[in-house]
Every structure is written in C-alpha cells, then in structure tokens.
Design a protein around this ligand. Structure first.
Ligand SMILES: NC(=O)c1ccc[n+]([C@@H]2O[C@H](COP(=O)([O-])OP(=O)(O)OC[C@H]3O[C@@H](n4cnc5c(N)ncnc54)[C@H](O)[C@@H]3O)[C@@H](O)[C@H]2O)c1
Length: 253
C-alpha cells in the first residue's frame, strides 16, 4: 500500500503558480512526487518556477484566467500533450479593497472573473474525461477567511470567495461517483505579494491589529501549501465538499 501522502504518478495543475501560495504549493507537491502543470499569466515567474521544481516532467502554460472561456480548451490541450490530471489547485486570485458604494461592475468584474468564474471553468475543464485521470482526482479551490467572516472594504473579494465554498459543495456531490473530490482551503492573512499590496495602505496600528487577530501569527505560503497537499493526497480520500480553514486562529475568536 502506498504512503497516504505520496503524490508520485500524479499530475497536478496549479494556477497562480508563479507567486505566493501557488508557488509554494507547486514546490510542495513536486517534493511529494507530483508532476506540476503550472498556469499563470506571469511568463517570467513560470520560467523561474520550472527551474526550481524538483523532479522531472513539469510543464507550464501562460494564460490570463480572465479569458474564462479559453480555460477548458487549454486544459484539454495540455492534458493531450502532457498527460491526464489527478489534481487541480486554483490559487490564482486578485484582491479587492473598496467601499461597497464605489463597487461598480467595472472594478469588481476582474475579481469575479479570476477568483470565481475561472474556478468554475477549471472544474468544468477538470471533469472532462480527456483531462481527468480514469481513477478520479482532487480539486482544491483557494477561498479565504473573507468567505466566512466579514471585513469592511472586502465586499467584492468576500463574495468572490464565498461562492467557491458553494461551488465545492454542489460539484462535490455531482462528481463523487467519478471519484473526483472538490474542497476549499480558507487561509487567513499570508505573507505574499498579495498581502504586501493590501497591507501597503495600512498604518502601523492597522498592521498590528491584523497580526494580533492571528493568535499563531501571520501565515507563510508553506502553511497553506501543506494543507492543500493534504487535500490532494489520498490521506484526505474521505473528505469532499469541505472548507479547510487554515488561518492561525483568525476565525477562532
Ligand atoms: N495572501 C493572503 O493573505 C491570502 C489570504 C486568503 C486567501 N488568499 C488567496 O490565495 C490565493 C493566492 O494568493 P497569494 O497571496 O499567493 O497571491 P499572489 O499575488 O502572491 O499570487 C497570485 C498569483 O495569481 C496570478 N494571477 C493573478 N491574476 C491572474 C490572471 N488573470 N491570470 C492568471 N494568473 C493570475 C499572479 O500572476 C500570481 O502569480 C488567491 O486566490 C488569494 O485570494 C490569499
């Protein structure tokens, strides 16, 4: 019997693989034996990632996930070339901080396209029999604690992430008979480029308040990557439709 955390013989598509949580996830799953198919719009970032990935058989694909309609076809083309997928991680995402009264379709459209609509397109692409391995697979969508609790200014981001928890539940029921599991991970604040961008508008008191709201401290990308790796591996074979909160205690209060 293979080790429950072994990912060898698995090919895992990771979006947002050029930075932050997606990058850490790519490195983690490759270290566990997986071959990574890295998606991002950042071509240079993908090239740098491929240099760092341990093992062989990794590939990358440059794609702007706002082009939602292109996603399923791109997945079929990649699977045709590289082989079928056993895992999918949607880590690409963009943040949005704005008072609700200023949220016009123009400034929330990209947030919904990348965070939410791309997730649905990726799930649709994954379930295609030309893409998903015969034995089934595991999908992990990166939501956020903002899907579970509110924060002033986070309306568009919260709705883009809360939708993922609903997506995971219904799609999990639909695809369980095919051995496809679908779960979310909901991180608290994690030290990545996205965090740096959001935090750049805070003063020292706000930074301190956010740090104090995480009893275990702010997260590192590896903290989330490890939770994602668990949900990809057979160790979580009886878990589907769930949201794994990974937040240093942010929502425990
Ligand atoms: N960092 C946090 O505090 C935090 C907290 C909760 C949830 N999250 C979520 O975790 C995920 C990863 O975030 P991160 O902090 O690693 O961010 P990051 O900014 O470091 O990385 C995001 C990646 O997504 C890619 N990306 C963005 N828009 C894209 C597009 N249109 N097409 C293709 N690729 C695109 C970027 O190029 C980048 O490589 C996101 O979904 C984010 O919402 C982050």
């Amino acid at each position: 019997m293979s080790h429950p955390f072994d990912l060898s013989q698995r090919r895992v598509l990771v979006t947002g693989a050029a930075s932050g949580i997606g990058l850490a996830t790519s490195l983690r799953v490759a270290a566990m034996g997986a071959r990574v198919l890295a998606f991002d719009r950042d071509e240079d970032g993908l090239a740098a990632l491929l240099e760092r990935l341990p093992g062989a058989g990794h590939a990358s694909h440059v794609l702007d996930l706002r082009e939602v309609e292109e996603i399923p076809a791109a997945m079929v083309a990649c699977a045709d070339q590289e082989g079928s997928l056993s895992g999918l991680v949607h880590a690409a995402g963009i943040s949005s901080v704005s008072p609700t009264r200023l949220l016009s379709p123009k400034n929330y459209r990209d947030v919904l396209a990348v965070n939410t609509e791309a997730a649905l397109a990726l799930v649709r692409g994954f379930q295609n029999r030309k893409v998903c391995a015969e034995a089934g697979g595991s999908v992990v969508l990166i939501a956020s604690v903002m899907a579970l609790v509110g924060s002033v200014g986070a309306t568009a981001y919260s709705m883009s992430k809360a939708a993922l928890t609903g997506l995971a539940k219904s799609a999990a029921l639909e695809f369980a008979p095919r051995g496809i599991r679908i779960n979310c991970v909901a991180p608290g604040f994690v030290k990545t480029q996205m965090y740096d961008k959001v935090a750049s508008s805070w003063d020292a008191a706000q930074r301190e308040q956010i740090e104090r709201a995480h009893p275990l401290g702010l997260g590192e990308p590896d903290d989330v990557a490890n939770a994602i790796a668990f949900l990809l591996a057979d160790a979580s074979r009886w878990i589907t439709g769930s949201t794994l909160v990974c937040d240093g205690g942010y929502t425990a209060a």
